[in-house]
Design a protein around this ligand. Structure first.
Ligand SMILES: Cc1ncc(COP(=O)(O)O)c(C=O)c1O
Length: 440
């Protein structure tokens, strides 16, 4: 690892949590260069919903590359793009009665967010955007403006040399307003009422924001779930003040909570939707901004980018939609989510001094720990037993569990057993079945 220390920027993060050299990956497992196996409850931060090197997607990819298919296409028309759009329309949009146009943005989640913010401002001719406490929307300037600064500040390690400088690098304030997410303040204080009151005080729609951007389940922010009722009220508020509703489904879309779009069960119809991460299904960069037809007011070329035509990602994305031809995957995710959630609930009951609560939907589940150090100890103990799981939340106090959606029951049970053992070890109460050792 000398070359990493010597050459890779200090900014690297995940390699510090999981300090081995990974070599191969298959399904729900990663393997290091010594052949140790790790069960992956991280899934590339949600970019690998269908597992590593999914065989169905891999065979389509190999076939395409061997046939000398176009790899890089800017926004030119290719057969791979046509196939993806046709599949997306017939498998995802039409059955859900959604009339979106698809904007191929630059290839990452933050690119989709940037284009949604920019389009919302253009269409409404307004500037401000409402965002929420503990929100995370990406690392480019506009996305950081609508992410919760406190999250960034608090997640900077206390011994980091640049702590305190981080706010001086924050994007210009004034174009975004942070409001309390559902449940943030506690019983009796409601974010929607706060926004309504604030907008009324400002004198109606004169100062009204261009848009509201929301994650239905805040992932990086520590797995906070907005209720369907709250989302419906947010939508109504947007309509009342002429704000566009942007759902950032970058991390919890593509089936992470069960349905393809996380907002489906709430019955809302966002104006703009950001998708990325598991959209390609294979870990290849790809992002969409979905735009309600009447809002597609871009001029040709007004928003561009060199890597909008990642055709190999189009191929795997089209193949991944084969999982969505019926509701089988959705129901499985919801079932496995219940198994995971109730196992974690029983851990909270067993270890009430160190575990606080369980939050989640489908296969994004958060185990809130009493402290950052406890969450760290559990994550480390889990890794030593061959489980990869990350921490999230403003203080990194929440273990965020994101297993691949295609995980087998037995693998889910294995992961849960490791978490149980890791909690027991972290609390000094070693579990009866503990085996120890790294990997398997
Ligand atoms: C909800 C959400 N939006 C946007 C992003 C940014 O995506 P990317 O890192 O691909 O730019 C993330 C990344 O974690 C995210 O969770």
């Amino acid at each position: 690892m000398d070359v990493i220390e010597r050459l890779e920027s200090n900014v690297r993060r995940y390699c510090r949590m999981f300090p081995v050299t990974f070599a191969t990956a298959e399904g729900c497992h990663l393997f290091d260069d010594s052949g140790n196996r790790y069960l992956d409850f991280f899934s590339g931060a949600g970019a690998l919903n269908y597992g590593h090197n999914n065989p169905h997607l891999r065979s389509k990819l190999i076939e395409y590359i061997q046939g000398a298919g176009v790899v890089h296409g800017l926004d030119m028309t290719t057969t791979a793009k046509i196939r993806l759009l046709e599949r997306f329309e017939s498998v995802i949009l039409k059955p859900r009665g959604l009339d979106y146009k698809v904007q191929f943005t630059g290839p990452t989640g933050t690119d989709a967010v940037e284009s949604a913010l920019r389009l919302a401002r253009k269409v409404t001719n307004r500037n401000k955007v409402l965002s929420f406490t503990n929100a995370f929307h990406g690392m480019t300037l506009g996305s950081r403006t609508v992410s919760d600064n406190a999250l960034e500040r608090l997640r900077t390690p206390s011994d980091a040399p640049s702590r305190g400088d981080s706010s001086s690098c924050s994007p210009a304030e004034g174009s975004a307003v942070t409001m309390p997410f559902d449940g943030h303040v506690g019983e009796g204080v409601d974010g929607i009422d706060c926004i309504d009151r604030w907008l009324t005080d400002k004198g109606g729609d004169v100062d009204a924001p261009a848009a509201t951007i929301i994650e239905t389940v805040q992932a990086e922010g520590g797995v906070h779930v907005a209720s369907y009722e709250w989302l419906r009220r947010l939508e109504a508020l947007c309509r009342k003040y002429g704000m566009l509703l942007i759902v950032d489904d970058v991390q919890v879309g593509c089936g992470r909570t069960g349905p393809f779009f996380s907002f489906e069960p709430a019955g809302i119809y966002p104006d703009l939707v950001c998708l990325s991460k598991s959209l390609s299904g294979y870990g290849l960069p790809l992002a969409f901004t979905l735009i309600r037809r009447e809002l597609d007011q871009w001029w040709p070329g007004e928003h561009s980018g060199t890597f909008r035509g990642n055709n190999v990602a189009f191929v795997t994305a089209a193949a991944a939609l084969d999982y969505w031809q019926d509701d089988g995957l959705c129901r499985e995710v919801q079932r496995k989510g219940r198994v995971l959630g109730s196992a974690l609930e029983s851990l909270v009951r067993r270890f009430p001094n160190v575990l606080v609560s369980v939050r989640g939907q489908g296969l994004i589940q958060g185990l809130e720990c009493a402290s950052t150090s406890m969450a760290d100890r559990i994550r480390t103990a889990a890794f030593e037993r061959g489980l990869i799981v990350e921490t999230a939340g403003p203080g990194n106090e929440v273990l965020k569990l994101l297993p691949p959606l295609v995980i087998e029951n037995a693998e889910l049970t294995d992961g849960l057993k490791i978490i149980e053992e890791a909690v027991a070890e972290a609390t000094g109460n070693r579990g009866a079945n503990e085996q120890g050792g790294q990997g398997s």
